[in-house]
Design a protein around this ligand. Structure first.
Ligand code: NOJ
Length: 550
């Protein structure tokens, strides 16, 4: 099978199904709604879709807790709706990738139900341990969502490992039978015609032998013992050699805490390539320490360093995945931009990443400049990690401070309903919605932005259209200027035929600026700008421009 690298020319749109569009009026987003909106997605210039999980699931982690890998949840329309959606997407020349969550299942999955009863061959499908002789948990690892990583199962009378929620037991990937199951799942969807997988926390699937205590980290204890674990490359090679290499598909691996050097062990375009692209979070940490719940001031220099590092270190060796939003992070305007300058900063942020080399991903609502949601009570939050944080970890804060922290840090800030128009529930549903709509939907919605040439939505369309025409973005090299500036981000992309200069102000004031010496702006063509009349030597608040020379 020839691999065509089609993903290098694709712009993806991520759908978080619950909140995208309800097509049957039951209040839950579904595939009927997606089918209605395929032309809209295509109109953005996006020719790929990543679906967050659609499989049957009890919903403890909004679908990332799967109870059946070979089906589509009836609440999303079931398999028939999926097949129609896939066909319709393909008819429009769009690719479709599925989320593949194989580090863990739901505790309601049949495998777990049999494993806890020691029914073979499922007995060792999960990671079970008794208490230690001293009465302590099998080790001191933390889960990412709900306290310690071990929970007692009264049926089996042992503890099981869960790196995420209690209802998400980790699979034992060292068991060859489990790996056979993964291959079966992959084949099932690829044979159905899907074009690849986004692989959820895939770098966590191989745990260090003996599951040792973590004596170093104060939080996230254990992560160095299961991230990029001992057999990770062997397992990924096995999946590639036995399944993925037989299809013209792509894989996108979620990789928390990864450096370019480590990433290249997975994605280097040599014969040992196991994965096509990685989701690395470095650019998501310019206003926090390590992850969203440890917020700091936004530092442009940190963001630029992340962009630069990945552009430079992967160049010619591996392929970058570019993104600023997904379902795990609050909205980018509320973080790196400014809600007061929502439109300008939304367009500027689009410009900052869309002209880099790699495959861009947009997350639903990003293209209209959606912002973080301000609920009045913490009980409005749905997310398991948010609720645990509020009830267990933020005890020293006053209720108001806690709510502010959630506005700033919770991933539910980006999971509110997609804002289609200014009718009730933002046109998401005719029924009672499963979740909240951001109170700003009357002002920020697709219908309002469609006819407005200057809207954030139409700016995204323009920027994506331009990007697709520029060979220097697809093939060229990245170079950055004024690296030390804490408000100005400037980079060029060039190949042997053309070059562009991208200029982005992260300041809320008018600022003087000078382009790098070798770029004569008067001789170039300004192909994109988020202000109607930019001035030669000054940038408006959150101004962005792209100049072109050939
Ligand atoms: C990463 C996913 O992106 C996130 O949404 C999920 O909660 C965890 N993995 C656990 O599956």
């Amino acid at each position: 099978m020839v691999h065509t690298d089609w993903y290098k020319n694709t712009v993806f749109y991520q759908i978080w199904p619950r909140s995208f569009r309800d097509g049957n009026g039951d209040g839950m987003g579904d595939l009927y709604g997606v089918i209605e909106k395929l032309d809209y997605i295509k109109s953005l210039g996006c020719d790929g879709i990543w679906f967050s999980p659609l499989y049957p699931s009890p919903g403890a982690d909004c679908g990332y807790d799967i109870s059946d890998y070979m089906d589509i949840d009836p609440q999303f329309g079931g398999m028939e709706a999926f097949e129609t959606c896939l066909r319709e997407a393909h008819n429009r020349g769009m690719k479709v990738i599925m989320d593949l969550v194989i580090n863990h299942t739901s505790d309601e999955h049949e495998w777990f139900q049999k494993s806890r009863r020691r029914i073979d061959p499922y007995t060792d499908y999960y990671i079970w341990r008794p208490l230690r002789d001293d009465g302590k948990l099998p080790n001191n690892w933390d889960s990412h969502f709900e306290g310690k990583a071990w929970t007692f199962d009264p049926v089996r009378r042992e503890y099981y490992l869960h790196l995420f929620a209690v209802k998400q037991p980790d699979l034992n990937m060292d068991n060859p039978l489990v790996r056979e199951e993964v291959k079966k799942i992959m084949r099932f969807w690829l044979d159905k015609g899907v074009d690849g997988f986004r692989e959820d926390v895939i770098t966590f699937i191989s745990k260090k032998e003996g599951l040792p205590d973590d004596r170093i980290l104060p939080v996230y204890k254990g992560i160095f013992y299961y991230n990029h674990g001992p057999h990770i490359h062997a397992y990924l090679r096995e999946f590639r050699d036995e399944v993925l290499s037989q299809y013209d598909c792509m894989t996108l691996a979620e990789a928390p805490m990864v450096t370019p050097k480590v990433a290249l062990k997975y994605i280097d375009e040599g014969p040992d390539k196991q994965i096509d692209m990685m989701i690395q979070n470095e650019a998501m940490c310019a206003d926090c320490f390590f992850q969203d719940y440890f917020p700091t001031k936004f530092h442009l220099r940190k963001l630029k360093r992340a962009f630069r590092t990945w552009q430079k270190k992967l160049d010619g060796k591996g392929w970058n995945m570019l993104f600023l939003e997904n379902h795990d992070h609050p909205r980018i305007i509320s973080r790196y931009g400014s809600e007061a300058f929502r439109e300008a900063s939304g367009k500027m942020l689009a410009t900052a990443y869309l002209f880099q080399k790699g495959t861009p991903f947009l997350y639903q609502g990003q293209e209209i400049g959606m912002t973080n949601w301000h609920p009045s009570s913490w009980e409005d939050y749905e997310d398991v990690a948010t609720r645990y944080y509020y009830t267990h970890k933020a005890r020293k804060l006053t209720p108001r401070q806690r709510l502010h922290k959630l506005w700033r840090c919770s991933r539910d800030s980006a999971r509110t309903l997609m804002q289609w128009d200014d009718s009730e529930n933002a046109g998401f549903t005719t029924g009672k919605p499963w979740f909240a709509v951001n109170e700003n939907y009357r002002e920020i919605n697709v219908a309002r932005q469609e006819p407005d040439r200057n809207s954030v939505l139409n700016y995204y369309r323009l920027a994506i259209g331009l990007r697709k025409k520029l060979s220097c973005v697809r093939w060229g090299t990245y170079q950055e200027y004024r690296k030390g500036s804490d408000w100005l981000y400037m980079y060029s992309m060039r190949d042997d035929r053309q070059k562009i200069l991208v200029i982005c102000s992260f300041s809320d004031r008018v600022r003087k600026f000078r382009p790098p010496k070798e770029f004569h702006l008067d001789k170039g063509k300004r192909i994109l700008c988020n202000y109607p009349e930019p001035e030669e030597d000054r940038l408006n608040p959150y101004e962005a421009r792209v100049y072109f020379w050939n």
